[in-house]
Design a protein around this ligand. Structure first.
Ligand code: AMP
Length: 316
């Protein structure tokens, strides 16, 4: 059986992660029980680049009709389980430093008994993203997929604190990890980010992406470091989901192009940064769902203008 790809060569991305109800407070307002979750934000960004398959679980309180726009954008929700009980709920607050979320409550609900089952039709998907969930579940997924081209994962402080050894075991099984600077320091117990990235690279991944919120993102390999700024938005409304949307743009671009060269991974970091910048303009996945291809192209062009310069003149 061949790999899942569409006729124009664009390949599919599989995401496994949380599908949540979020309650968020920012200096600009509040949202209560809105659509969220790592897999949801990822899919909302990645679907602009090609087909996405989502695996996760929701409880019987989930407003599944609110996922319909995702299905309409090409997200295959047939791997979304519906279980008895409460959906995963996350409650968080951002104060004036919008770079760091304060978790007020995490209620795992149906996620506490969830065992991901990757449908047969999803097992040979070439691009796999293990979005932020229990690292034991992320490891279980890896036992069910068949020789993917690229496996990437994300994690967060909640899991680094409660399941550090599993997160470290996961490092040995993935090609790439995305995490924010605080999480990189926490996982590696290194304060210097270059040292932290090296610590991670020594444990398995070929690529480490360290996100620094409004200060951009670094991609480290053993040989090189690449940096992309964050888009200087006039107003960051709600930072929730920026990291997952970054990952959705990044993986979506790789799947669309099928090109895993270093130059294209660098482009993918910029596409990811563009998608992260859209996510924070509104609550929930609202802005991501309203995007057009022209909006995305325009922001990527603005990114290019932001960093382009000619070397020469003084000192040369
Ligand atoms: P981020 O992209 O890092 O801002 O992730 C935001 C999303 O992560 C929110 O929509 C939450 O529902 C979800 N989330 C928060 N805590 C957890 C957790 N412990 N496990 C899985 N997902 C989580």
């Amino acid at each position: 059986m061949g790999r899942r790809s569409t006729r124009d060569g664009c390949m599919t991305v599989l995401v496994v992660g949380s599908v949540a109800l979020d309650s968020v407070e920012t200096p600009f307002g509040k949202a209560d029980g809105v659509v969220g979750g790592s897999a949801t934000f990822f899919a909302s960004a990645a679907c602009h680049f090609g087909p996405v398959q989502l695996v996760g679980v929701v409880g019987n309180d989930y407003p599944v009709d609110q996922l319909a726009p995702l299905a309409a954008q090409g997200v295959d929700l047939s791997g979304l389980e519906h279980a008895e009980g409460e959906s995963f709920r996350w409650r968080g607050r951002y104060r004036h430093d919008l770079n760091s979320a304060e978790t007020l409550e995490t209620r795992l609900g149906v996620f506490s008994h969830f065992r991901p089952k990757i449908p047969a039709a999803f097992r040979r998907t070439p691009f796999v993203f293990l979005a932020n969930i229990d690292p034991r579940l992320q490891l279980e997924v890896l036992g069910q997929v068949e020789s993917p081209r690229l496996v990437a994962c994300d994690t967060m402080n909640f899991w680094i604190e409660s399941r550090r050894n599993d997160v470290i075991a996961l490092l040995g099984r993935v090609d790439l990890i995305t995490l924010n600077d605080g999480e990189a320091r926490q996982l590696t117990e290194r304060t210097n980010l270059v040292h932290a990235a090296r610590w991670i690279l020594e444990r398995g991944p070929r690529y480490v992406i360290v996100k620094k919120g409004e200060h951009g993102a670094f991609m480290f390999t053993k040989e090189s470091i690449f940096f992309a700024p964050a888009y200087p938005l006039e107003q960051v409304f709600d930072p929730t989901g920026a990291g997952d949307s970054f990952a959705g743009g990044f993986m979506g671009h790789l799947a669309r192009t099928g090109d895993l060269s270093d130059a294209n991974l660098r482009r993918a970091v910029v596409v990811g940064s563009a998608m992260g910048s859209f996510a924070v303009e509104r609550f929930s996945n609202e802005r991501l769902l309203s995007l057009t291809a022209a909006d995305i192209d325009q922001r990527i062009t603005e990114f290019r203008d932001l960093v382009s310069f000619e070397r020469g003149g003084a000192g040369r």
